[in-house]
Write a protein that binds this ligand. Structure first.
Ligand code: GLN
Length: 244
């Protein structure tokens, strides 16, 4: 078995070490004997998203997002939207997440178009939302907590058929107003959780790997890793680090 992991704009969307998510996906596949291939997708790379099993977009500052918005909307929007509709497993963080929506209106009034794959929009608020964050997610019948940190001025609002990734237990989340964090649409996930999010939340990592494997090879069961720390559930991790 092999999974191809597409890393979009590694040279632009890599705020707060988000590339650690790529390393985590690779390790948790290899620890199970699943081969991985990492494909860097930079500006000007021609990409057939049908060749990608898990796609990742990291976070970025407004300046980098402008470059990415131009490349995404002018050259990739249709192919990427089709891949998302077709069930591509996709994780996007903060700036990358914002650009999968309709637009991101930055604090200097610059309206960056997104690809419109998710019915969400983002408007920069007048204060940055910077804090640790804990959310409670419900994915594929499992409820679990996730931890990370957030640093964004953008306030994202979900429309119509877009579900949140989770509800905010502690922190701001999508907009600091509706108590929701992130977005789920088909197999596409967006979140404001930096950390990087995946090494801090192994259960979520395994959900992404399982989704990609099932889309490529059919139903499968991912055995838990037997590392003393790795097989802890999010609740056990949060309870270890968040004393009430
Ligand atoms: N520039 C965007 C914002 O400030 C995204 C920031 C990020 O990716 N952390 O909301």
């Amino acid at each position: 078995m092999k999974l191809v992991i597409g890393h979009m704009y590694p040279e632009l969307l890599n705020l707060y070490g988000d590339r650690g998510n790529i390393i985590t996906l690779k390790r948790r596949c290899e620890w199970r004997g699943i081969e991985t291939e990492i494909k860097a997708i930079t500006v000007d790379t021609n990409t057939n998203f049908k060749d990608i099993d898990i796609l990742f977009l990291g976070g970025g500052s407004d300046r980098e997002q402008k470059i990415v918005s131009d490349d995404l909307t002018l050259k990739r929007a249709n192919n990427l939207k089709s891949a998302i509709e077709d069930g591509l497993t996709l994780l996007s963080i903060c700036g990358g997440y914002q650009l999968l929506g309709m637009y991101y209106l930055s604090s200097d009034g610059n309206k960056l178009p997104g690809i419109g794959a998710l019915e969400i929009y983002t408007v920069a608020g007048n204060k940055r939302m910077i804090d640790n964050i804990i959310i409670e997610s419900y994915i594929d019948g499992k409820t679990f907590k996730m931890v990370g940190f957030e640093n964004h001025s953008g306030k994202t609002f979900l429309q119509n058929n877009v579900k949140p990734l989770g509800k905010v237990i502690y922190g701001n989340g999508n907009n600091g107003e509706d108590g929701m964090e992130g977005a789920i649409y088909k197999n596409t996930f967006g979140t404001y959780l930096h950390g990087p999010v995946l090494p801090k939340n192994p259960e979520f990592t395994d959900i992404l790997i399982k989704k990609a494997l099932e889309r490529k090879y059919g139903n499968c069961t991912l055995m838990p890793l037997d590392d003393s720390f790795e097989h802890l559930t999010q609740d056990a991790i949060v309870n270890r680090f968040v004393k009430k």
